[in-house]
Design a protein around this ligand. Sequence first.
Ligand code: MN
Length: 274
Amino acid sequence: MARTVVGVAANLCPVDAEGKNIHSSVSCRFAESIRQVGGLPLVIPVGDESVVRDYVEMIDKLILTGGQNVHPQFYGEKKTIESDDYNLVRDEFELALLKEALRQNKPIMAICRGVQLVNVAFGGTLNQEIEGHWQGLPFGTSHSIETVEGSVVAKLFGKESQVNSVHRQSIKDLAPNFRVTAIDPRDQTIEAIESIDEHRIIGLQWHPEFLVNEEDGNLELFEYLLNELFFQNFWNVRFLRKRLNSDKNWRNSTKKLEKNEGKRYDRKEEILEE
Ligand code: MN
């Protein structure tokens, strides 16, 4: 059986002192975490917007990763801080990648900069500089979170948990398509969100890839992305097609699904019951 392919959007990382030799790279912790839950990681290098369609067609899920600040021009503000930690090319490429993933109904996990980018893409804004959320290296935890009952992170982390914190920006105005699912109780910083519309997006302000196998809930986030975050279309294409030629019942249930076009399914079980 084919493995679930998880696209991981890479950063542009200079590896020499002068910044001339730039690598398309992402922490190997992503690949390790995805493989650990049975998926196949695929690194997506920053490129021209014309390639996003082909990349998104190749993947089942998308992870938007950490890195530079999102440029405030994308949420209609001017830069108010002293920082050169921006990359417009990456912003534009990942916004196109996100838009295409939505168009093709591919579920998304957005991490750190990723969740900020998602919020901006849907019309939200960011705090350009916050205090008390930069622990340096992402290993180990540095503050607690409180989760919102009934949310994905509440299910995976319980009411309270500890997370790492490697961000200087945070969500200010949340886009209307989302709800807050975890906050830092010290200062109410938004630490996790999830989509409340037809899209399937989960966003974390911390870096779960560095806490897999160390703090409960983080490996489960990757399991959730692989096994529970689905669109109806995903199952039509990848799950039902495989059974079409071997089982009449499945052929019938597919017809039934086609009749119900437009109805969304959150979980595999709902389709299996059809
Ligand atoms: Mn934090």
